[in-house]
Design a protein around this ligand. Structure first.
Ligand SMILES: [Fe+2]
Length: 182
């Protein structure tokens, strides 16, 4: 039987890295692209969460410091699963810090000092944005019947919503969260 991903464009998958799959070449290109961007965003959120864990201050230091470390571990755990899921379908993923910079959609924070409440608010917004981006990736997976990637995304959306919930409650700001588009 001919490999369905044999003609995947070189920009996405070199033939030597083309894992056998029943997904069509178009699906591999589109899903890999979504997951490549998502992977970059996950690394950005991981570094930012660690950054805020390290530079936390104030009277709630211990609680916030520990919570952000827990969140960072959860976020980092996604990276290997995202990358290996893409390889399972014959796509390729990030190779370098340069790739992260090229594909990220979430913003870095390079400020010397960020107030604790601002840290929590920014992470809350980033996690909400990550949920929106994962929903968009889920739609692409649905279109190509990639149920396994969609299933992983569903769990990661739940985790990100839990992080959003905690961050929203402890930051003590009653700003309503905008509805997801679509
Ligand atoms: Fe630490």
């Amino acid at each position: 039987m001919e490999k369905s991903n044999g003609s995947t464009p070189e920009s996405t998958t070199k033939p030597v890295l083309a894992t056998p799959t029943d997904l069509c070449p178009e699906a591999i290109v589109e899903i890999s692209q979504e997951m490549r961007h998502l992977m970059a965003d996950i690394f950005v959120l991981y570094v930012k969460t660690k950054n805020f864990h390290w530079h936390m201050s104030g009277r709630h230091f211990r609680d916030y410091h520990l919570l952000l470390d827990q969140h960072a571990q959860e976020i980092f755990a996604m990276t290997d699963e995202v990358a290996e899921r893409v390889r399972k379908i014959g796509g390729t993923t990030l190779h370098s810090i340069e790739d992260i910079t090229r594909f990220q959609r979430l913003k870095n924070n390079n400020q010397d000092f960020v107030a604790p409440e601002e840290m929590l608010g920014e992470l809350c917004a980033d996690n909400q944005n990550l949920v929106r981006l994962m929903r968009a990736a889920h739609e692409v997976c649905d279109r190509h019947n990639d149920v396994a990637t969609a299933s992983l995304l569903e769990n990661w959306i739940d985790q990100a919503e839990t992080r959003t919930w905690f961050l929203f409650e402890i930051k003590g700001v009653s700003t309503p969260i905008p509805y997801a588009e679509g």
